[in-house]
Every structure is written in C-alpha cells, then in structure tokens.
Design a protein. Structure first.
Length: 191
C-alpha cells in the first residue's frame, strides 16, 4: 500500500506531497513521537533498547510460527512446554517483520490463554450479562436476523468480517452474505 504524506521538517523541505511507503511512514511517525517526548521534557519515558528478561521456561520448545491476525504474517516464536504454548518471543530473524509486532501480534497467545477470554455466549438481561448455551445463542441470533430481514429487507444488515479470519473463513463469510441476499459485506481492517 502506498501512502501520500507531506514531510515539512526544517532539515528536509519538500514542495508538494511526497510518496512514502508504509514502512517509511511508520518509521517517520515513530521519530516524530519520540522527538515530541524528548522535547516535552519526558526523557524518563525514552530509554535505550535492550534485551528483555530471560524466559521462565528454559526447557520449553521454541516453535516458529506466524501471527494470524492479518495477512502481513509477522513472525512469532512460541515457547511450548508439555504441549502447551506458555510464552511468546519476537522472531528477530523473520524476513518480513524482523522482530517487530503490532499490539495484536504482541498479544497473540492471550487470544487463547487470557483469563479475560470469552468462553461462552452471554446475553444481557435487565442490564446484567447471563450465560446462555450456544444452541440458544444461535437460535436467538438467527431469529432476530430473520425478523430484521422480514421487516426491513436484506440490505438493512451489514456483514462485518475480521482480520482474524483465514482465507477460507472469509470465503464462507462472503457466501453467507450472498445467501442472506446482500452485497453489504466487508472487512473490519478496511473500515
Ligand atoms: S503482528 Fe500485527 S501486522 Fe503483524 S501479522 Fe499480526 S496483526 Fe498483522
């Protein structure tokens, strides 16, 4: 993706919009934020990068994998002990991300392992969330959707996909929207 941006710092004046690629844009944005912090007298927030803590799982197997949140496919090293993914590390040698991860990739393991993960459907009744079965949840959602379509037509619903979905899931999701009867379907990252 190409981003049009204007760079107007005193050291490097460019007349008119300059073309920078995504990586360059992020690099410059980072310099801008860092410079702003130092200029604002908040040097305590800025420190030299150094190696992180040692893994508390020295016997864990290191498994190279990729973040599945989007199609960039940044590298992650999963530490696996007794068949359980216990910790994650940056993959400094990955040819695409070279050790970098956005916040979604940095919390990749938490998607499955976090205590805060939603493990069953919840329904809000009188302002309070109640646990309901998957069967009930599916029935309620399906009935509500059919009611909406009956009242307002198929274009009254927008089907929102996710960067977390695989290619095959996206294919099925698009089919589902077509089956429903609308072209109102897109991907959350575009929005
Ligand atoms: S770390 Fe971020 S940019 Fe990289 S694949 Fe995951 S979601 Fe995409």
């Amino acid at each position: 993706m190409r981003i049009r941006a204007r760079w107007s710092g005193p050291a490097r004046k460019i007349r008119g919009p300059a073309r920078v690629d995504r990586r360059e844009f992020l690099k410059k944005a980072g310099i801008g934020v860092g410079g702003g912090l130092v200029a604002g007298g908040t040097a305590g927030f800025v420190r030299k990068a150094r190696a992180g803590e040692k893994s508390p799982y020295p016997d864990a197997r290191q498994v190279k994998t990729v973040c599945t949140h989007c199609s960039v496919g940044c590298g992650v090293v999963a530490e696996v002990e007794n068949g359980v993914w216990v910790r994650q590390e940056l993959d400094l040698l990955h040819p695409i991300s070279r050790g970098a991860l956005c916040c979604k990739g940095a919390s990749l393991r938490d998607v499955a392992a976090s205590d805060k993960r939603l493990r069953h459907p919840l329904k809000r009744v009188d302002g309070k969330w109640q646990k309901i079965s998957w069967e009930n949840a599916l029935d309620e959602i399906a009935n509500k959707l059919l009611e909406i379509r009956e009242e307002s037509g198929p274009d009254s619903v927008f089907w929102m996909g996710s960067a977390k979905m695989s290619n095959e899931q996206c294919y099925l999701f698009r089919k589902m929207a077509a089956l429903w009867g609308t072209n109102n379907v897109d991907h959350q990252a575009r929005v």
